[in-house]
Write a protein that binds this ligand. Sequence first.
Ligand code: PLP
Length: 435
Amino acid sequence: MIMEKDQITLPLDEFPTKWYNIIPDLPEPLPPPKEPETGPSRMEFLSRAMIKECLGQEMSDQRWVTIPEEIRELYIHMGRPRPLYRAKRLEQSLGLKKVRLYYKREDLSPTGSHKTNTAIAQAYYAAKEGKTTLSTETGAGQWGTALAYAASLLKLECVVFWVKSVFDWKTERRIMMKLLGAKVYSSPSKETKTGREILSKNPNSHGSLGIAISEGLEYTETHANSVYCLGSVLNHVMMHQSVIGLETIKQFEMIDEKPDLIVGCLGGGSNFGGIALPFIGEVLKGKRECEFLASQSQAAPNLVKGEYRYDFGDVGEHTPLLKMYTLGHKVEMNPIKADGLRYHAAGPIISLLRKHNIVKAVTYPPDEKAIFEAARIFVQTEGWLPAPESSYAIRAGIDEALKAEKAGAEKVICMNISGHGWLDLDAYREKLGIQ
Ligand SMILES: Cc1ncc(COP(=O)(O)O)c(C=O)c1O
């Protein structure tokens, strides 16, 4: 065990050998995907468009799934296990005496976020199934970069449909994706029927994740040997991301500490699910007590303002219906800097746990002032630059810490830092007025 003052480093031989699938431990059976009443079979379409192994994992009720050795090796290659840090300097600057703050370092990923945890797995299975091209959507650009990275390591092609409002300003991230060999299109694009239809009605469309998903799915339909990869929402993505929480459980055990609250930002739910679900599994079995808080934008408050009902995962209605907290798949949401959080629905597993009040949620105003202030405090005290999305977790973590401190309560809070902000400096410039 290597333990430095404020970082808890998991030894390599403790790195998980299995992913955790929470489905058999949920408080009620997960409502299955459904066909809509009209149109072609969406299940049949998905079985053509998606990676077979991932579809199998999507429906699986096996609690522990062995991580293939090749994937483990790539996880380790890209720096897993990732450290857990005690935020001592942040605690000091906030004047905390009773509250201890920790953060998990998914920002140390080679492309800048947790998204590589599922990108590597999906690319590995696609290559094994003889596919040559991975097609996908991206919002913040983090998922597109992660998939481009995984495709490049596994010698596959990658095509990315990127929400226009972000494509236009994140030039460095675009270069990174292209450097990794990906083809990158601003979405809505002229490459697909969905994109062309939207552009003909509204040539100035900002795009959205729902539109980009439709384009990515349509691309696979029209290009041989390609498969569609999704970076969030679905059950198999949550399972691949469980390495975050499984590592964190062991890291807290190493220092004999028990978190009372886990905080993560939430768009579709994959980084939040990644850190929270292994802990939630233990809560559901009565093995621990802990609370879980998802931090969202009021631009896309799916868990707070959404309805729990069946809805499509994309604007073009290519997906089956999934039971989720949703704002409606056609809803217009104004762009924000943390655009990875701008999705109309939270994944089915997170939504079910929200219904049972096991997952709670908080939202912040779309001007994002409070978010970028929290990021500034974090970078000035801890010295790491968070992604705008991750700064929602930091904001909520700080707010909860100050609340507990004021109430005189001892509390251990763990924030997930889902990504770094090195390719988001333009957002920092604009939001904090730095010249
Ligand atoms: C850094 C980062 N964090 C969080 C998210 C939100 O996605 P999810 O809710 O699936 O973790 C994104 C999405 O792009 C992201 O890039």
